[in-house]
Design a binder for this molecule. Structure first.
Ligand SMILES: O=c1ccn([C@@H]2O[C@H](COP(=O)(O)O)[C@@H](O)[C@H]2O)c(=O)[nH]1
Ligand SMILES: [Zn+2]
Ligand SMILES: [Zn+2]
Length: 566
């Protein structure tokens, strides 16, 4: 037994982790979200050093040792399982092996995220290997997403809802799951607005069959942020549900915005969101469920071996967990994810260094990496602007080995480059236009900024070099949600887009504006609005004016830059 666990077992406290026991209630939940293929642990970050085998072990030991036979535990995931790590992205199709590994966890409720809907192959894989699987056919719920069959028929993506009773306390649960209003689905799926389901026959029938007196807890889990200052989707859902179930306890589990978050909806309803990239396991408990005054407790557990051992009281993996960790290690070998391509001389950060810093990753991209882009479709004698959305970069680039895995971690998307030839006077306004507008898809605004509208005041800054760097979370219950205090990360704002500009002195008035096909609609909107105000007799640009630019993806360019050195 490691010394730290001996301390825990003898004294009930963890000096090393500086944490305290979880407050177990009648009904308990462990929640993951936005894992994005991070099933093989964070090799560079000691506090997130657990892999999926450790997590599977933890959930079963925690249930056995801490929850016991008199209380209940429900395990939930809220989607986004692709795009962000070599384990999912280095296979064809993307997720071929990581889906099998992920599905080893015994989830009671699970659903899909938008990353299961960008490509048809991911949607088909998710539908057949998970939603329809023998193991998850009851647990997989999606109330507002449908799958399009080979014949073009629309069928529910899993169950529309799930009603069940817990084993120990016989708590009657009614669970529904909502995807945010995602508009970029491939043709094999359809997402309807969440609130539209309240008009549908199956929903009305469900309310009739399971009215308030037959339900103890409503669980709404889905790929939708629990704090949504722009669209308020979850709040619209809550308003309707509360009318139908005025007294029932409602517990939300959200995702998509990648933050640790907890929100109080009313005295009988709260929501939990559990971060991203297997950095967090969210814990939530509800006590006094039938008293009319339920008590909610929440905690954000770091996805690390020490945290798991402390909270389960067991430091050894289960046989199943051990086998899974061995499988993950061998899949990583098979996919050559540890293959060293180059050396990163210093770390580059997304938001813990200002964008003007030479340690900021966007700064590195626009000054050193994007200028390496070469078109295989058009001449390159013209001046050019290369614009990328900051949301396309997903993780910090750490000092040390740059491996095959690193490529996918930093920039997982195989985005195509397109371009449009435009007057210089328009091109130079596009980035500012997009940055002054609303959030472009998910920008990589830092976690604090994404919940700041709700909590303008932040938690006390922790500066203790002995602690690991990480989150200091402010939520509706205050500042004590992080299971382990971290040395607070500094956050600087990140714009919607960044650009690399190459102006050639001999050039005419037209330039090439190069961008990811993913943001073409936004580029056209910017050009057309700027054109209308800046140029007389302006004619709108359309998709037909946008041509393929070709050339290597950002992930390739970054890899080559690191391999070649400065
Ligand atoms: O091809 C793509 C696909 C996605 N993105 C970026 O990712 C987010 C969505 O990721 P979540 O994990 O669902 O938040 C999207 O808004 C884009 O910012 C991309 O750049 N290219
Ligand atoms: Zn996500
Ligand atoms: Zn998402």
């Amino acid at each position: 037994i490691p010394t730290f666990l001996q301390n825990v077992l003898q004294n009930g406290i963890s000096k090393e982790l500086n944490t305290r026991e979880l407050e177990i209630g009648e009904l308990n939940f462990l929640h993951t979200t936005d894992t994005h293929g991070w099933l093989g642990s964070h090799i560079n970050q000691a506090n997130y050093d657990a892999d999926w085998g450790d997590f599977v072990s933890f959930a079963s030991s925690f249930k056995r040792q801490k929850v016991g036979k008199s209380r209940d535990l429900i395990l939930i995931d809220t989607g986004d399982k692709h795009d962000g790590n070599g384990l999912s992205d280095a296979t064809v199709p993307n997720g071929r092996i990581s889906t099998e590994i992920f599905n080893e966890q015994d989830y009671d409720l699970l659903t899909l995220g938008n990353h299961e809907l960008y490509t048809a192959e991911n949607t088909i894989l998710e539908y057949y290997s998970t939603a329809l699987s023998q193991k998850f056919k009851d647990a997989y719920v999606s109330s507002n997403v449908e799958f399009v069959t080979d014949d073009g028929d629309l069928v529910p993506f899993g169950s529309k809802y799930r009603y069940f009773e817990t084993h120990n306390q016989n708590i009657r649960i009614l669970a529904l799951s909502f995807m945010f209003n995602f508009q970029r689905t491939n043709p094999r799926a359809r997402v309807s607005p969440a609130t539209s389901i309240f008009q549908q026959d199956w929903f009305k029938q469900m309310v009739k069959q399971y009215p308030q007196d037959k339900v103890d807890v409503i669980v709404i889990f889905g790929h939708m942020p629990i704090t949504d200052p722009e669209a308020h989707e979850i709040n619209h859902v809550h308003t309707t549900l509360r009318k139908l179930y005025p007294e029932t306890v409602i517990q939300y589990f959200g995702g998509h915005s990648h933050i640790r978050d907890f929100a109080v909806f009313d005295e009988r309803a709260t929501g939990l969101q559990s971060g991203r990239f297997s950095e967090t396991v969210g814990f939530l408990s509800i006590d006094k469920i039938k008293s009319g005054a339920p008590e909610f407790k929440r905690r954000y557990i770091d996805f690390g071996k020490h945290s798991f051992a402390y909270h389960s009281g067991v430091s050894r993996q289960t046989k199943k967990g051990q086998d899974l960790s061995l499988k993950i290690a061998s899949v990583r070998q098979e996919l050559n994810l540890n293959e060293v391509i180059g050396h990163v001389p210093t770390s580059y950060y997304m938001y813990s260094k200002p964008i003007t810093s030479k340690h900021n990753i966007y700064n590195l991209l626009v000054t050193k990496v994007l200028p390496r882009l070469k078109s295989d479709q058009t001449d390159e004698t013209k001046s050019r602007f290369i614009i990328i959305n900051t949301g396309s970069i997903r993780y910090d680039l750490y000092k040390g080995n740059f491996t095959k895995d690193t490529e996918f971690i930093v920039s997982p998307f195989p985005n195509d480059w397109n371009f449009v030839e435009v007057p210089l006077s328009l091109a130079e306004g596009v980035a500012d236009y997009l940055n002054e507008g609303p959030v472009l898809y998910t920008s990589m605004a830092p976690p604090g900024a994404r919940s700041r509208k709700r909590h303008p005041e932040s938690c006390p800054f922790i500066h203790d070099p002995k602690l690991s760097k990480g989150y200091t979370t402010r939520d509706d219950f205050g500042c004590d949600g992080d299971d382990v205090p971290h040395n607070t990360e500094l956050y600087f704002t990140v714009p919607n887009v960044v650009q690399s500009v190459e102006l050639k002195p001999t050039d005419g008035v037209n330039v090439h504006l190069v961008f990811y096909s993913f943001i073409q609609k936004d580029i056209l909107k910017a050009l057309n609005e700027l054109g209308e105000t800046r140029l007389s007799g302006f004619e709108h640009f359309t998709d037909r004016d946008c041509k393929r630019y070709g050339g290597a993806s950002t992930k390739e360019l970054l890899k080559e830059y690191i391999r070649d050195g400065e």
